[in-house]
Ligand binder design. Structure first.
Ligand SMILES: Nc1ncnc2c1ncn2[C@@H]1O[C@H](COP(=O)(O)OP(=O)(O)OP(=O)(O)O)[C@@H](O)[C@H]1O
Ligand SMILES: [Mg+2]
Length: 254
């Protein structure tokens, strides 16, 4: 199997603190790979290393076969063009309309007319279950779930090989969360892209992932399939899963 992302012996120190400690994993082409862990465990930081926003203190991060920290700005831009990134909290531009948010990359990089851009935006909005009616709205006029969808539409609008979703279901009700899960799975079918999902939503992780990485305080505890994680013999992993799925059962969703 071909891997799109290879992380080897990744250590990251910020100030006096070691945020990531000897992190190793690979993400294979076509899979949905979830990074699971508590708040502050380093999940977002790993994705920032993947897109070259943080440079490893030591170790290597290879994306599409290229060592991210050894690239020129132009080469890094090319790698980033092939990565769609749903930022934690969706991070839409409040002063821009929905369509401008979705085709933001095209607005910045290509000379395309407004009608062409709007129809491109519609196409991606349709893929995430929104319609032309949303094109001219501002982010403040959208619900939390719609904002996530617009963020996802923006992430897929460059037709990237790799999609990174940082907390795609946080702040959403259980039903909307499951719809976003279905969207992530269906986009993998439709676009053939590979996905890294950052989450502390156990239900989501266990319904969509091919493999799961469990992170604690910057260290990888275990990587495995859903079954392997459910049968983990590590006390922390067992407890984390039991708590997360227990909360789910209590909400009565699903
Ligand atoms: N630029 C920075 N400067 C200082 N500390 C940082 C910086 N970026 C991240 N950290 C620290 O690194 C740790 C991991 O942060 P990170 O955002 O990766 O956590 P996370 O697992 O994504 O958490 P959450 O689930 O809350 O989003 C935190 O303790 C955070 O304070
Ligand atoms: Mg985070």
């Amino acid at each position: 199997m071909r891997s799109l992302v290879e992380v080897e012996g990744l250590n990251l120190r910020i100030g006096e603190r070691w945020i990531l400690k000897n992190v190793n994993f690979k993400v294979y082409e076509g899979e949905i790979f979830t990074i699971l862990g508590g708040s502050g465990s380093g999940k977002t930081t790993i994705t920032k290393c993947i897109v070259g926003l943080y440079k490893p203190t030591s170790g290597k991060v290879r994306v599409f076969g290229k060592d991210v920290s050894a690239l020129s700005q132009m080469e890094l831009d090319e790698v980033r063009k092939n990565i769609g990134y749903l930022f934690q909290g969706a991070a839409l531009f409040d002063s821009l309309r929905v369509w401008e948010n979705v085709v933001f990359y095209h607005l910045e990089h290509y000379r395309m007319g407004e009608s062409e851009l709007r129809s491109l935006a519609s196409r991606y909005l349709n893929l995430v279950g929104l319609s032309e009616e949303e094109l001219d709205l501002y982010p403040s006029e959208l619900s939390g779930g719609m904002k996530k969808r617009v963020g996802i539409a923006r992430a897929i609008a460059t037709e990237p090989r790799l999609l990174i979703y940082d907390e795609p279901t946080s702040g959403l009700d259980p039903i909307t969360s499951r719809l976003i899960d279905e969207l992530i799975v269906s986009l993998r079918e439709k676009t053939g892209s590979t996905a890294i999902v950052v989450s502390h939503d156990l239900v989501s992780a266990f319904s969509i992932s091919d493999r799961i990485l469990m992170l604690r305080e910057g260290e990888v505890l275990q990587i495995g399939t859903r079954e392997e994680m459910l049968n983990s013999s590590l006390p922390f992993v067992k407890e984390f899963i039991k708590k997360g799925l227990g909360d789910f059962q209590k909400t009565g969703a699903g």
